[in-house]
Design a protein around this ligand. Structure first.
Ligand code: CTP
Length: 404
């Protein structure tokens, strides 16, 4: 399901001090199981050697146009590529691409490519803002080239401005997104909730739970990898997790805010996956000032809105979302409790996991879950990483959507 797996990626590197970051990108792409062919311009070779890339990718890195086999290489690389990305792309290479020049192996390969082309410009602020560069970028965009960044920040010259190359992790996210767009969830909107909510007691204290949000974020990534448009409603305990590239992220603190965020979007979503650990109760009154310790408080609690019940009601009226998946984290009677929630909340499927065991549940990177369907079918999955659990869940979601 990893959209980068076995993909042929041509990574073009042109002459910019940001060339060192291309080594990290080559390494990340290789780790993601892509086959990475690096093509350096002459300028790039002044900053970094082909040997660096060959060592990272395990494949030959190309540079000179005058290697004995280079004329065949550029056509072969260009035609075989699933995606071509130039990172960093210097002002000079941008200008060459805009005018269709082919004076080195990199620009020749771009002309031979029939795949999506992406460029990540890197140059000094003044050069990026120059009307010539802007016009070149415009031309390339009109031709369907995707321009990634640049970011704002401090540049090698010491200037602050627009012109820094995007970080390798961001470029990787963008490539992953481009390669996933034709997947089985293309055109589908998947809404995912993740993490735990926080229910305030006074201005400094709150009630919360141990959910890390990792499983929900992995579900959002898996849905993106299958081509979906993804909205991710993240509870407060997941605030520090990085947003899966390409997902719309809505950060919320409380159960009430999560309910509002979900109900606003559920009517137009094809799929809702409620992985969030929503607080079931909250202090009835939020104290406006910090409670002093000499006033040992009697905290009165009230129930929060049950989001899935509200979605079920809305779904009965309007028919959307087509598929609703719930989670059940239980410390005892896992299957009975999960089956009960499945029926009570009108779900298409429920993912049940045992909490309080060392290798599954909160905070860890692995999970052991069972999947339950209406009618009583149960499937027990082995111990998997949370990404693998997410892939398995999304596989079932694709099947449920196909059943209509
Ligand atoms: N859920 C919800 N709204 C709530 C509480 C939970 O939508 N206020 C969702 C969760 O996101 C999860 C499912 O309901 O997908 C089951 O949550 P869980 O906390 O296990 O069940 P509860 O309904 O809260 O029941 P109990 O606390 O008795 O286990």
């Amino acid at each position: 399901m990893n959209p980068l797996q076995d993909k042929r990626i041509v990574l073009g590197v042109s002459g910019s001090v940001a060339a060192y970051k291309a080594a990290e990108l080559a390494s990340k792409l290789t780790q993601a199981k892509a086959q990475v062919d690096v093509v350096l311009s002459e300028g790039a070779e002044r900053f970094i050697s082909p040997l660096t890339f060959a060592s990272l990718t395990g494949r030959k890195a190309y540079s000179s146009l005058w290697d004995s086999d280079a004329h065949v290489v550029h056509v072969g690389l260009g035609e075989a590529a699933d995606l071509l990305v130039i990172a960093p792309c210097s002002a000079n290479t941008l200008a060459k691409l805009a005018t269709g020049q082919a004076d080195n192996l990199l620009t020749l390969t771009v002309l031979a490519a029939r795949c999506p082309v992406l460029v990540a410009p890197a140059m000094d602020g003044g050069m990026f803002e120059h009307p010539a560069t802007q016009a070149n970028i415009q031309t390339l965009r009109q031709r369907g080239v995707q321009v990634l960044g640049p970011a704002q920040g401090r540049m090698a010259s010491g200037l602050l401005g627009w012109g820094r190359m995007l970080e390798p992790a961001e470029i990787l996210g963008q490539l992953r997104l481009v390669l996933s767009r034709g997947g089985p969830l293309a055109g589908r909107h998947v809404l995912v909730s993740a993490g735990g909510t926080q229910e305030p007691l006074d201005p400094v204290r709150y009630l919360t739970n141990r959910s890390s949000g990792k499983q929900g974020f992995a579900l959002a990534q898996a849905a993106l990898d299958l081509g979906a448009q993804v909205s991710l409603v993240a509870g407060a305990t997941a605030a520090s997790l990085p947003t899966p590239y390409g997902a719309e992220r809505i950060d919320v603190d409380t159960a009430a805010q999560m309910a509002e965020a979900i109900l606003q979007r559920a009517g137009s979503a094809d799929v809702l996956i409620m992985a969030a650990a929503v607080a079931d109760f909250r202090p009835r009154q939020v104290q406006p000032h910090k409670i002093k310790k000499n006033l040992l408080p009697q905290v009165e609690l009230e129930p929060t809105p049950d989001i899935l019940l509200a979605v079920a009601e809305q779904r009965r009226r309007i028919g959307w979302p087509a598929v609703v998946v719930g989670f059940a984290a239980e410390s005892q009677n896992l299957l009975e409790n999960a089956q009960d929630k499945l029926a009570r909340k009108g779900l298409s499927m429920i993912v049940a996991n045992q909490v309080g065991v060392p290798d599954a549940g909160f905070a860890v990177d692995t999970n052991r879950v069972s999947l339950l369907w209406p009618g009583g079918a149960v499937e027990h999955l082995p111990l998997l990483s949370k990404s693998e659990v997410a892939e398995e869940v999304l596989r079932r979601v694709v099947a449920l959507l196909a059943e209509g």
